[in-house]
Write a protein that binds this ligand. Sequence first.
Ligand code: GDP
Ligand code: MG
Length: 253
Amino acid sequence: MTNTQVTLIQIDNYGPWTTTPEPRREVDLQALQSRIYADVSQLVGNREGYAFFGRFDNMVTVTNGLDTTAHQLIQESLGNRYPVTASMSVAVSPSPAEALGTASDRLQAAGSAQDSERQEVLRGETIPEAERTETDLQIAHFDVDDVTGKYTDQLNEFDTFIRIEEGYAELMRYMRNAHDSVAFFVGGDNIIAVCSDMDERDYHDAVAHVKDAVGVELRVGVGRARTPQAAGMDAKHALEDCREDDYIVELDW
Ligand SMILES: Nc1nc2c(ncn2[C@@H]2O[C@H](COP(=O)(O)OP(=O)(O)O)[C@@H](O)[C@H]2O)c(=O)[nH]1
Ligand SMILES: [Mg+2]
């Protein structure tokens, strides 16, 4: 059984900040957002977690193994490095989508994303060390079969981008609706999903659904472990096995 710990990181009062006293230069906002994400990826990643850029102002991170103190340190580091602060909300569930839902509820209860009074809150609970198991995380690493031959080397880059985004949109919706799982585009032709307890058939169905709906052919490797990074690395190895053996789905257990 999976038990995913999700931390929602939300930049405090970011909307008003981007327009006060007048709209800030977009290029500066883009640089700021990508730097905050880079730091979050490393701060969470150094502690065996995974971070997704999401909408940049709201980042979803998977934090099994990070306790409250680790969260406070990350929050403090962001506050020290940037002209904005971040709030964090943590929740745990066998269903990743439900964990993210509970984390969102807790943050919303603490105040609006555009409330200047709500600053650097930290809410929620982490998994007690004694309750952690080797199957808490199930992570799936999807990639488009031969994106280079079918798209990158063939089409206008914008038409390639449209195809990849269509595949992503279809997969994220399917994983959310059918399996309470959350999937994020991570660049190139890659999508990483944090999954509930899905089996091989479920993954075949997901890949078949995306192919039927939008014609994008995916492969997927899946890992299971105690930490997000261990599960994610197993998933990447399983995906390499898929490519070598010409399978569509490979589970690393
Ligand atoms: N985030 C991420 N991107 C990757 C990874 N591997 C490949 N990519 C990206 O995906 C693109 C396509 O690579 P690949 O899937 O190997 O090509 P294909 O075999 O033609 O589909 C690369 O240009 C990278 O941008 C990975 O492990 N993680
Ligand atoms: Mg590929």
